[in-house]
Design a protein around this ligand. Structure first.
Ligand code: PXP
Length: 248
């Protein structure tokens, strides 16, 4: 019997690092809003931005402008703080992905501990969902965390692919097995499943082949590789990898 066709997978392009480059010179170039527009024109399915508490890359105005000016599904990565929830309620992006945030970290280091976060996280999810926003929680592929995410009312989990992507090639199969089990557990709990962190041309295809994973969010490699190939070419190549993986 032929297996059922896989649902499509979206590529959400994270433009934080365009803002990092802009901020290095304190001016307006390169503009993350322009990058978001170019990404959508090149075939991205959506745009991701992370407004951090310290505003080290994306700033409030970038988020507002991308939401207002760029036609594309906006995914707002944020810590579950009162400030960020207020911004999300005002701007109403299509989706919010709640991440843990530490001031000193270079990037989001680990998944959220949904069990330890308790009622505060449940309230944050409820407020965002009440604003009509699809709420995702960034977690490790751990069965207890996935069950807890479903229990507090999240609609989506984003599986943290960082450990897999950073592993040496011979260490990746074990990480992939864990991620596959996580994606299956999410689907069994009625959750949509996204994935992201550290993905590259080399590490994207096995993730794109997981039928439960319906969105990947990619930033650092995609923006970095654009220096060599150009943003449209990198997006087209990743979309081709996704299409090939989804066809089996
Ligand atoms: N998903 C989440 C929740 C993240 O925090 C990040 C990093 O901003 C990404 C995806 C994208 O990771 P990368 O920039 O390594 O592609």
């Amino acid at each position: 019997m032929t297996p059922p066709p896989m649902p499509p997978m979206r590529l959400s392009v994270n433009v934080d690092h365009v803002a990092t480059l802009r901020n290095a010179r304190g001016g307006a170039f390169p503009c993350p809003v322009e990058a978001a527009r170019a990404a959508m024109a090149a075939g991205a399915d959506g745009i991701t931005v992370h407004l951090r508490e310290d505003r080290r890359h994306i700033r409030d105005r970038d988020l507002e402008r991308i939401g207002a000016e760029v036609a594309g599904r906006l995914n707002f990565e944020m810590a579950a703080t009162a400030e960020m929830i207020g911004i999300a309620e005002r701007l109403r992006p299509a989706a919010c992905c709640i991440v843990p945030e530490k001031r000193q970290e270079l990037t989001t280091e680990g998944g959220l501990d949904v069990i330890a976060a308790g009622d505060a996280l449940r309230d944050a999810v409820a407020r965002l969902a009440a604003a009509g926003i699809e709420v995702s929680i960034f977690i490790e592929a751990d069965a207890r965390q996935i069950a807890a995410a479903a229990a507090i009312g999240a609609q989506v989990i984003e599986l943290h692919t960082g450990a897999y992507a950073d592993a040496a090639p011979d260490g990746r199969p074990a990480h992939l097995a864990r991620l596959r089990a996580g994606a299956a557990a999410a689907a069994a709990s009625g959750l949509l499943c996204h994935a992201g962190h550290g993905l590259t041309y080399e590490t994207l295809p096995p993730i794109a082949a997981m039928p439960e994973v319906v969105e990947v969010s990619i930033g650092h490699f995609l923006i970095g590789q654009s220096v060599f190939e150009g943003l449209p070419a990198v997006i087209r190549r990743m979309q081709a990898q996704i299409a090939a993986a989804r066809q089996g």
